[in-house]
Design a protein around this ligand. Structure first.
Ligand SMILES: [Zn+2]
Length: 113
C-alpha cells in the first residue's frame, strides 16, 4: 500500500489510465481525489485535509505533506522526476524505499522522506 511507489510513478509518466492508483487503494484519499475529479491532492484546495491528518502511516503522511506542495507548485512531470531522483542513494545510486533510514546496498544513512 505504499504510496508514491516508483512503479506507480512510472505508470503515471506513461499516461496509464490507472494513474490515480498513486494513492493507496484502501485509504480514502484515492476515492476522494477521484470523486472530485482531480489528478491528485495537488489540485485540491482542502489540502492538507482530515484524511491526510489521519493517515495511518507516519512515513506516508510525512511524504504527502512534503511532496504534495512541491507537486502543486512544480507540476506532475517535474515532481515525478524529482521524486525519483530523491529516492536514489546519494552514495551508490541504489533505489531507496520510502521510510528507509539506510541504503540497503552500501549502508550509508539516508533521509529522503
Ligand atoms: Zn547506497
Amino acid at each position: 500500500m505504499f504510496l508514491f511507489g516508483t512503479v506507480k510513478l512510472r505508470k503515471i509518466k506513461k499516461g496509464d489510465p490507472d494513474r490515480k492508483s498513486i494513492f493507496c487503494r484502501i485509504c480514502g484519499i484515492r476515492d476522494c481525489v477521484q470523486g472530485r475529479g482531480y489528478e491528485g491532492c495537488n489540485k485540491c484546495d482542502d489540502f492538507p485535509c482530515k484524511q491526510i491528518d489521519n493517515f495511518p502511516m507516519p512515513v506516508g503522511k510525512k511524504v504527502i505533506l512534503r511532496s504534495v506542495p512541491y507537486w502543486r507548485e512544480h507540476g506532475t512531470e517535474k515532481w515525478i522526476e524529482d521524486e525519483e531522483v530523491r529516492y536514489l542513494c546519494p552514495g551508490c545510486g541504489h533505489k531507496l524505499f520510502r521510510g528507509a533510514k539506510r541504503c540497503n546496498k552500501c549502508g550509508i544513512p539516508v533521509d529522503s522522506d
